[in-house]
Ligand binder design. Structure first.
Ligand SMILES: C[S@@+](CC[C@H](N)C(=O)[O-])C[C@H]1O[C@@H](n2cnc3c(N)ncnc32)[C@H](O)[C@@H]1O
Length: 353
């Protein structure tokens, strides 16, 4: 690329970044929600949300210029009505839709907010604890993954037919390691009413919210949570299934985690891992998935893992060969990639030797 092309790219990146921040602003202030019940002009949006009309006008114009809102033609900027198209409403507001991404702008902003601390850590070599990233990151991850768990988790387990049979006939037990705010544990319990699920996560705030979510879903009799390191989860088995979704790469000692998972498996039980669908090998330049995962790794996952006093620092870019090497080091007999369709994750089944 020439210097001129790189400058053009920087400008395009700046536009994307500022548009994402403006979307985060709209989510944070409830502006999209206000528009969901029908078109509004600047004063209408201001009245409904309590923001200043001048800011309402600018934000509405910027959103329409960026293509997220549509604008009616009117010469008076305060009389112009702006509408939220259905597809944008689904993506930003429908938390159950598999297309939901309304928490993504807030997640990106949370990474920007903690950048000074991350920069300091780059100098000292220390980490930045997961908890320090706060609710924007926590809710961003949980909110992005929740619809996929609800839509897909039964099918993912069906890719392990013997385990599906055990969970369906019950009584069965599942251990969900690195469960975050609990959505995978809840989805599993809903998909398999004969199963009890225990979720473990190191982040106190996540575990507290996971427990609230289980209570909201009326599942406290079958879904429990505990705050612990997945390497020493304090959750004696036997478990028919131990699973971990988008969390193995965050764990400071993934081999110890897999070893402790193996020790609590019931005879015939298995481990299911869902983690990033990155390329087999490092390639540069990388495709969009590589770039997405390196972005999270540089700004979040690697610093958070280092804060745990990492034995192994995978970063977000957990390649299949690395998962296989962890499985072998933790004395599994088999590590099989599962034929599960997912835009972002690859799935592995681990069986004890
Ligand atoms: C990217 S989040 C995924 C959360 C959840 N599985 C989901 O898909 O929404 C990674 C999670 O791993 C947890 N984690 C990281 N290291 C851990 C460890 N050693 N033991 C238990 N949980 C850990 C973090 O606290 C975080 O909640």
């Amino acid at each position: 690329m020439t210097a001129e092309q790189i400058t053009e790219r920087m400008l395009a990146d700046a536009v994307s970044t500022m548009e994402m921040m403006s979307t985060a602003l709209g989510v944070r202030l409830g502006l999209y929600e206000a528009l969901a019940s029908g078109p509004l002009d600047a004063r209408g949006l201001a009245d409904k949300t309590g923001i200043h009309p001048r800011y309402a006008r600018e934000w509405l114009e910027q959103q329409a210029a960026s293509g997220l809102l549509t604008a009616a033609a009117d010469d008076d900027p305060y009389a112009r009505a702006f509408a939220l198209p259905d597809d944008v409403r689904e993506t930003l507001l429908d938390t159950d839709s598999v297309n939901y991404a309304g928490v993504l702008p807030g997640l990106v902003v949370s990474l920007a907010e903690i950048l000074p601390r991350v920069a300091e850590a780059y100098g000292t070599g220390d980490g930045v604890p997961y908890a320090a990233y706060g609710p924007g990151t926590r809710h961003g991850i949980g909110g992005m993954n929740r619809p996929g768990f609800h839509a897909g988790i039964a099918d993912w387990v069906a890719a392990l037919p013997d385990i599906e049979a055990r969970l369906s006939s019950g009584p069965a037990r599942v251990l969900d390691l690195g469960c975050g705010t609990g959505w995978s544990s809840i989805a599993l319990a809903e998909a398999f009413p004969a199963a009890g699920v225990h979720g473990v996560d190191m982040d106190e705030a996540s575990v507290a919210e996971a427990s609230e979510h289980a209570a909201d879903h009326g599942l406290t009799d079958r879904v429990t949570f505990a705050c612990a390191d997945a390497a020493e989860p304090g959750a004696p088995g036997p478990y028919d299934l131990v699973c971990t979704f988008e969390a193995l790469h965050d764990m400071a000692d993934p081999v110890a985690v897999l070893r402790s998972a193996r020790e609590v498996l019931a005879p015939g039980g298995a481990v299911l891992i869902g983690d990033e669908k990155v390329a087999e090998r490092f390639t540069a330049p990388g495709d969009l998935l590589e770039r997405l995962n390196y972005g999270f790794s540089v700004l979040h996952c690697l610093p958070a893992t280092r804060a745990e006093g990492a034995a192994v620092e995978a970063g977000t870019v957990l390649r299949p060969g690395t998962v296989r090497s962890y499985a072998a080091a933790a004395d599994y007999g088999g590590c099989t990639e599962l034929p599960i369709e997912h835009d972002l994750w690859r799935f592995y089944r681990l069986d004890p030797a």
